[in-house]
Design a protein around this ligand. Sequence first.
Ligand code: 6PG
Length: 269
Amino acid sequence: MIFPDPERRDRPYDLEEKSLSAPALPGAVAVALNVDRLVDMLAAEIIVHAKACVREFGDFELALSGGSTPLPLYERLMYDPDARQIPWIRTHLWQVDERAVAPDHEQSNFKVIRETIVDHSGIPDDQVHPMDALSETGHSDYEKQLREVLEWRVPGEDRLDFVLLGMGDDGHTASLFPNTDVLGETERLVARVTAPAANPPVRVTLTYPAINAARFVAIMVTGAAKAAAVRRMVAGVESVEALPISGVRPQRGQLKWFLDAAAAGVQPK
Ligand code: 6PG
């Protein structure tokens, strides 16, 4: 991985593939030749934000996605010596969403985060915030916890610093699935949802108000199976109900897509 240059906070790494044209998505777009190089970019981005937030606020509020896409990133964060610079001791680790399964179930998003990051990072236990999607009150407990931690921040900065999202091939993100009621949520930060098309259908998720308040939102998308959903985003004609990823629009933060060439639908020149 290329060591992020502390003098160039606007451009933390120089890994962008000049030969790849980026699709016209809202926000910034980084396209990498392959997943490995994409993971370099994302790891560097997380390091820069983590250090800057710890310097500015004393802590770093990081929310991580479930799904299989970010797995190589989570692994890289632990084994790459450069990525070990992340100040885990000052980091609060949140989840973007969780499925209604036991914490040890193979479909548990927290299980992946625990096995890849929590167990190896030295992050203090009380700064790890697993979502409980099995209990009827898990979502409201999570919202309370989130608000309690964030209220230590100065007003206006009481928000998540870095939210890593994935995207399904149907255009869902977090557990914000097409045509579900939670897409209309304007107040709550965390919600319990039932999405008949999802497996398992019952989940807890951050809502648009939580995601769109964040300082930085990264959307990581890899593989040709996601290229059609990326094209739908580029076309820009569908409603948030039909294409929930299009509802991700940070209001006072940055949005950046991280795509591999296959998801971007581009060929190296
Ligand atoms: C989840 C997710 C979800 C995920 C997409 C993509 O719990 O399912 O957080 O939003 O990011 O479904 O999943 P893959 O990365 O497995 O393709």
